[in-house]
Design a protein around this ligand. Structure first.
Ligand code: SAM
Ligand code: SF4
Length: 325
């Protein structure tokens, strides 16, 4: 049994948000920091496990835990262990700002986490502090090394590529891949409801990086049919890879293979959609498994072909911490 929409897309990948709270204040996401807004608590461990079980029973093979900052949950390690018990799940991944990596990553590896994406928008201590509000550049880099030492073979670094903020650091990031076997993902800044002006001032296309990579002898890798939206490049003299994620490119939505589930239990069919489908009521007992599956099947069939970003419609998403990027 697989989840498919009306455009022949099959969904194998779930981004499961475990909280919308965060301790960082990234200038493109939560510049004023996270503010509690009186919403109910995030999904409990049981609710998360039930959601994961239903999605995996419908053919999803990869779950990424995200947020907000997932690792600020005191029960984060238990969540990893719980979801690992779901039979049929192949890959359990995490997206994190990296603040706990250096001290926890061995444990997470032991609990069965397979892949880690770490956000690191600058290699410069002061610029990192300006972007995130935290003087932790060195700590996060150290955590990335610890992840590789712990045995993670799939480590990615997410860099939101921004004009006049970090666009001059591309050469430094490329240099990092010389010896470090990581994939560095330059992500184009996306427009969200809260940050239209920031987007206008700092959005820049990653085409510039693609041209530069080709001049430097980097070759595009062939995309697997089920791979995500990144275009990846490799180089014989570099241990790592470079990926470019360009949500404004015209074919971006064609390869969409992911669904998103918010920490309040809403299914989001598109990061830039206008609504989330509330499913928390179906997560209250193990007996609701079949009912939940039916809801998921019919909801996914209604997914639209494309997002509407090119028409200035960023949907209801006020910032990406709400549904996990
Ligand atoms: N807190 C974790 C982190 O920062 O990695 C996970 C959640 S964060 C919302 C997930 C990813 O979305 C991060 O790599 C972040 O840089 C990216 N992101 C957030 N807002 C963005 C925006 N407006 N445009 C592009 N990427 C964004
Ligand atoms: Fe927090 Fe991640 Fe948003 Fe930065 S990008 S404020 S770390 S949720």
């Amino acid at each position: 049994m697989h989840l498919t929409d009306g455009f022949d897309r099959t969904f194998q990948y779930l981004r499961l948000s475990v909280t919308d709270a965060c301790n960082f204040r990234c200038s493109y996401c939560l510049p004023e920091g996270f503010k509690k807004c009186g919403s109910p608590p995030p999904l409990s461990r049981d609710e998360l496990r039930r959601a994961a079980r239903a999605f995996v029973s419908l053919g999803l093979r990869k779950i990424r835990l995200t947020g907000g900052e997932p690792t600020i949950r005191p029960d984060f390690d238990d969540i990893v262990a719980d979801i690992r018990t779901v039979g049929g799940l192949k890959k359990l991944a995490l997206t994190t700002n990296g603040y706990r990596l250096h001290e926890r990553v061995e444990r997470w590896h032991g609990l069965g986490l397979n892949a880690i994406n770490v956000s690191l928008d600058s290699l410069n201590r002061e610029a990192f502090r300006r972007i995130t509000g935290h003087d932790r550049c060195h700590e996060v880099l150290h955590g990335i090394h610890r992840a590789l030492e712990a045995g993670f073979s799939d480590v990615k670094i997410n860099v939101v590529y921004m004009k006049d903020i970090n666009d001059h650091e591309v050469a430094d990031f490329i240099a990092l891949t010389k010896t470090l076997p990581v994939s560095i993902r330059f992500i184009e800044l996306m427009e969200t409801g809260d940050h239209a002006a920031f987007f206008r001032n700092h959005h820049i296309s990653t085409d510039v990086i693609a041209d530069r990579l080709k001049t430097l002898g980097w070759a595009p890798t062939i995309k697997a049919a089920d791979s995500g939206p990144a275009n990846e490049f490799m180089h014989t003299n570099h241990a790592g890879r470079i990926g470019l994620i360009a949500p404004y490119s015209k074919d971006f939505c064609k390869s969409c293979n992911r669904l998103r589930f918010s920490s309040q239990g809403n299914l989001h069919l598109c990061l830039f959609g206008n609504f989330g489908i509330p499913l928390r009521d179906y997560l209250q007992s193990d007996e609701q498994f079949e009912e939940l599956r039916e809801r998921l099947i019919s909801a996914v069939r209604s997914k639209d072909a494309n997002h509407q970003l090119a028409f200035g419609n960023a949907g209801m998403t006020r910032n990406l911490s709400a549904i996990g990027g």
